[in-house]
Design a binder for this molecule. Structure first.
Ligand code: SP5
Ligand code: ZN
Length: 371
């Protein structure tokens, strides 16, 4: 299988994020992608290719140009405004209740983008846990090119391609970044595939968190079906979207399927949910599936609460591939660093019909022991 990878992600070198106002060690770190890369190199069955620069047009096909310009200039603007902080996070987010009772005309004025960078970060951002540093924009642009290069390979005839995207993307909406995500790599790839093939495309999101950004981008679209298996937002990020009654509107009515799951979800529960998700994809035409792949569903993940083991990733990969569609598999989350290599190897080997390899990678074995 081809793997699209670039070291450009290393410039997004996060060490600290904030959780409910307090600094905590960052989850979405460069080591994640390097763990996966080295496990796939050691496997021997993967060939690595560099991303190709695709420019801005595929990004503005799904994102507001204002978000692109904000992300491009945010770091220099932070410095220009004399703020010597290690990362940019918002000061104030516009809460809809701030405008309660005001006319639409007044609301429109109050939602103008401010000039202060802490206000601008609130204007474009979802949450305070997606720190932006000097190299973030270049890394995020490179992650988009990873996704688009993977899509090109699939359109060129590859059965399954893996884009080792970092930073991830599925929380980024048309006009919003957040949740460790800046540009929505999967949505950009899906849109590019629709435009190039004229076919319907399915996005299967198996990250632990609901991909609110992907859902938002395709909410009214009849040509992109979004199917997501994730933690119930009643108890987990992103809290405000991801419920099963969100099914799309207008031409997108019925094209959005959310499968929220409880804490402690086991392999068997997860496979049952996977069958539902795959049936929804199999029910409509199309020859490509974009997979938003997360390993924060793993039992040892520090921010997830499911109980999955490595074997289930191999089985999920196998079942997704069994639909017989070309796969553009893009990395999203997964924060238990020692297991990322074995879990990615298991999923991708399953997706290309190779047997599960129970051997450790990067010194990690399923039992959680370090050898
Ligand atoms: C792409 C992706 O997986 N983004 C996830 C964003 C999650 N942001 C919120 C993190 C909240 C961490 N909660 C820690 C609870 C520890 N018990
Ligand atoms: Zn996640």
């Amino acid at each position: 299988m081809q793997v699209v990878y670039t070291p450009a992600h290393l410039g997004h070198d996060i060490t600290v994020e904030t959780y409910m106002g307090l600094p905590v060690p960052a989850n979405e770190v460069a080591e994640r992608a390097e763990r996966i890369r080295s496990a796939l190199v050691a496997d021997g069955g993967f060939s690595f290719v560099d991303p190709v620069d695709h420019g801005e047009d595929p990004i503005t096909a799904v994102h507001d140009a204002g978000l692109l310009r904000f992300l491009e200039g945010a770091w220099s603007e932070l410095r220009a405004q004399g703020l010597s902080r290690p990362f940019l996070a918002a000061d104030t987010y516009p809460n809809r209740a701030m405008f309660e009772g005001m006319s639409d005309q007044t609301i429109a004025k109050l939602t103008l983008e401010p000039r202060h960078i802490g206000g601008r970060a609130g204007f474009w951002g979802l949450d305070s846990a997606a720190p932006l540093v000097a190299g973030t924009y270049r890394a995020a642009r490179a992650a988009v090119d990873v996704a688009l290069t993977a899509a090109d390979a699939a359109l060129g005839g590859e059965t399954a391609v893996y884009g080792l995207c970092r930073p991830p993307g599925h929380h980024a909406a048309r006009s919003m970044y957040g949740g460790y995500c800046f540009f929505n790599n999967a949505a950009i790839a899906a849109e590019a595939i629709v435009r190039s093939t004229g076919e319907r495309v399915a996005v299967l999101d198996v990250d632990f968190h609901h991909g609110n950004g992907t859902q938002q981008i395709f909410w009214r679209r009849g040509d992109v079906r979004y199917v997501s298996i994730h933690a119930d937002p009643d108890r987990q990020y992103p809290y405000f979207l991801g419920r099963s009654d969100e099914t799309g509107e207008g031409p997108g009515t019925g094209e959005n399927l959310n499968i929220p799951l409880p804490a402690g979800t086991t392999n068997d529960d997860y496979l049952a949910a996977t069958e539902r998700a795959l049936a929804a994809i199999d029910a409509v035409p199309g020859s490509v599936i974009v997979v938003s792949l997360g390993f924060d569903t793993y039992g040892l993940d520090p921010i997830g609460d499911f109980a999955l083991t490595t074997e289930v990733y191999h089985e999920v990969g196998r079942r997704v591939a069994s639909l017989g569609r070309r796969l553009v598999i893009l990395q999203e989350g997964g924060y238990h660093r020692p297991s990322l290599g074995v879990n990615a190897r298991a999923w991708l080997r399953g997706a290309e019909g190779r047997p599960h390899d129970p051997r450790p990678a990067g010194g990690f074995t399923e039992a959680g022991s370090v050898v």
